[in-house]
Design a protein around this ligand. Structure first.
Ligand code: NAD
Length: 370
């Protein structure tokens, strides 16, 4: 029994459910981490190499993100063990079976994640009526298409600049990972005068200190090409973004891209974390000591889940933009003020903010009185 509780601490997880449906080969896990603020929202990940531990860590990250965003939702995550590129009919069967297995698990609301998309969420909704990140045709707000996370990042950046000594207009920005999050964040920042000096994807980096054309890069990516196919600027290798001098550096690709071995290469003044866990804790500490401000991931990239929560309540796209703006600005300000006043790392302040909201919510629950 002790083994079943190996992840347990004072916040959760509330439930860990193993799902096995031999007739269709479904093997899956759901971790509902904490539901004090409301039913958990978290993505359904499909991959061959996921683990229960990964599922727990991701569920906890959602608990913190949802609490920090002040949403009436706890954190959860589910994983299906399997290749997401399997034949569509097989994938549909697995996902529908997964939804049915969890039909009565009202503490969990499905969302899309790695290996699943809005079509998968439509299958879940069709089975059990409880999913976010849906196609527009069934009441969804297409959060990637509208750039919900990028919109939030642009506001987090704007607020963070109150704690830096340079304005957004004319600021030189580097985007690592010019995908959904990266390109949309840059689009909104450019509307306020920021200049994109370098962008990368898996195939390389493009660099031009005079500024790159965001619309051209976006069109190249939409056509399945790379940022390095831009006719202008200098083509460099993928990780060259690390060495490019800039004012704002936005990681929007993979985890752990800034770590102890390469953090000394960065020449920037502000990092706004678009990707999840892009900077290791040790590297965040080094940056803090060097005076580089780092806005933590679960504060800066909460726009997507806020949009999903608005969708769940039947809200509109314009309402989602308003709520994201208001929450991102307030939370970034709160975290950075705490960082400055108490001399702590921004991540410590962010975790404190989230954990104190979770504990207050937990204290209102029935079991808290015993
Ligand atoms: P995406 O697939 O649309 O874009 C990722 C981009 O990064 C692609 O252009 C890819 O070529 C590039 N890339 C991958 N590895 C790279 C590397 N090592 N170096 C440089 N470029 C690389 O994905 P996305 O939806 O934009 O998500 C990006 C990150 O943001 C992920 O960590 C994701 O978990 C996180 N995130 C996304 C959202 C959202 O709303 N989509 C919300 C919160 C967090």
């Amino acid at each position: 029994m002790e083994n079943a509780f190996r992840f347990a601490d004072d916040l959760g997880p509330a439930k860990v459910i193993q799902i096995h449906e031999p007739t269709c080969g479904l093997k899956a896990v759901l971790v509902v981490d904490n539901v004090a603020a409301g039913p958990s929202i978290g993505g359904l990940r499909m991959a061959q190499d996921v683990s229960v531990e990964e599922c727990f860590r991701l569920a906890r990250a959602m608990t913190l993100k949802n609490a920090a965003a002040g949403l009436p939702h706890g954190g959860g995550k589910s994983v299906i063990f399997g290749d997401p590129r399997m034949a569509r009919a097989d994938k549909e069967r697995l996902i529908r079976a997964m939804a049915c297995a969890l039909a009565d698990e009202r503490d969990y609301i499905f969302g899309p994640d790695m290996g699943t998309d809005e079509q998968c969420m439509a299958w879940v909704k069709d089975e059990i009526g409880r999913a976010v990140g849906l196609p527009r045709e069934v009441g969804g707000i297409p959060l990637d298409e509208i750039g919900a996370t990028g919109w939030g990042i642009s506001h987090a950046t704007d607020v963070a600049l109150r704690y830096c000594d340079f304005p957004l207009a004319g600021a030189r920005v580097v985007i690592q990972g010019f995908g959904t999050v990266g390109k949309n964040a840059m689009r909104f920042l450019a509307q306020q005068g920021a200049v994109l000096v370098a962008a990368s994807d898996t195939r390389g980096t493009i660099h031009d200190p005079a500024g790159l054309d965001i619309a051209v890069l976006t069109a190249l990516k939409a056509a399945g090409k790379s940022v390095v196919d831009h006719g202008q600027g200098k083509k460099l290798e993928r990780d060259a973004t690390l060495d490019i001098e800039c004012d704002i550096w936005i990681p929007a690709a993979r985890p752990d891209v800034i770590n102890e071995s390469n953090v000394s290469r960065l020449k920037t003044r502000l990092i706004v974390e678009g990707a999840n866990i892009p900077v290791t804790p040790a590297a965040e500490r080094v940056l803090h000591e060097r005076g580089v401000l780092c806005v933590p991931d679960f504060i800066a990239n909460a726009g997507g889940v806020i949009c999903a929560a608005v969708e769940y309540r039947g809200g509109s796209q314009s309402e989602a933009f308003t709520v994201i703006e208001e929450k991102l600005r307030r939370n970034t300000e709160e975290v950075l003020a705490m960082t400055r006043e108490q001399g702590m790392l921004p991540r410590e302040a962010a975790v404190n903010l989230a954990a104190s909201r979770i504990r207050k919510a937990m204290a209102t629950r029935r079991w808290g009185v015993y």
